[in-house]
Design a protein around this ligand. Structure first.
Ligand code: MG
Length: 263
């Protein structure tokens, strides 16, 4: 069922979005050469506890999982694209890591992801991150009253394909509200003018992700982490966004992004 949020409900989602953004900001400050993925998970756990929030991941146990996820965020490193289970692994110079975090605050959920380079940047990783960020921005720009969901998907896919990347439409964005995953599904490619008509109060996570050499995934032996089939690197970014009367409102802007929009 597609649910539209009232202004009062949107306030709850804004608070959740701000918390999720603040956690990602703190994680981004923590990421460095020599930091263990489990340290990042502990930072997320501490911030969740301090806020009295609830992790969307710890008890997450979909039908394909052998057991609950058990960690507080996804850390997908290098050829891991999505759902990276934090392991006892230290970040090294040149790693490419995506942090995907969702939490429930006073019963409302927000979901966001960011990808960063660790230590020395690589040009090809920078290009991948730049493309996926432009795809996210293009999708958000179309998330406004009167448009169709297909306009959002098409905009994302066009940026990715114009840059030479293949797009996997199996995993994409999703409705967000009381729970982390609701309707509608928001594929990362589609046909303009098709699909759900966008109305104020619709809230979804938009989350393009790309791999440098393929659009095919393979599941890691940990049962969660999805990696590129060819070993090429991946990047993933995500915001929770609401349709308002005047256009898209991004609920999970991080500090630097909030500064950008108030200039
Ligand atoms: Mg997410």
């Amino acid at each position: 069922m597609i649910e539209l949020r009232t202004p009062a409900e949107l306030e709850g989602l804004r608070a959740a979005g701000r918390f999720v953004a603040d956690v990602l900001d703190e994680l981004l400050e923590t990421v460095d050469v020599g930091v263990n993925l489990l340290d990042l998970d502990r930072v997320a756990a501490r911030l969740i506890a301090d806020r009295g929030a609830v992790s969307c991941y710890v008890d997450y146990h979909p039908s394909f999982g052998n057991s609950p996820f058990g960690r507080n965020l996804c850390t997908s490193v290098n050829d891991a694209a999505l759902h990276g289970l934090p392991h006892d692994r230290v970040l090294v110079d040149g790693d490419l890591v995506s942090l995907d975090f969702a939490a429930s605050v006073d019963g409302w959920v927000a979901d966001s992801a960011v990808t960063v380079q660790v230590g020395t940047a690589r040009d090809e990783d920078q290009r991948l991150i730049g493309t996926v960020e432009r795809a996210l921005a293009a999708g958000i720009e179309q998330f406004r009253p009167g448009n169709k969901l297909g306009d959002v998907s098409y905009a994302i896919g066009r940026v990715a394909k114009d840059a030479g990347f293949a797009v996997n439409t199996q995993f994409g964005g999703h409705g967000v509200g009381r729970t982390m995953h609701g309707e509608p599904h928001v594929p990362n490619d589609g046909r303009p003018g098709r699909g759900l008509k966008l109305r104020p109060g619709l809230v979804v996570a938009i989350e393009p992700w790309l791999m440098q050499g393929t659009d095919e995934l393979v599941q890691d032996e940990d049962g969660w982490t999805l990696k590129s089939v060819d070993g090429s690197r991946a990047a993933h970014v995500e915001h929770t966004v609401a349709v308002t009367d005047t256009g898209p409102e991004v609920l999970t802007l991080r500090r630097a992004q909030r500064a950008d929009t108030t200039d």
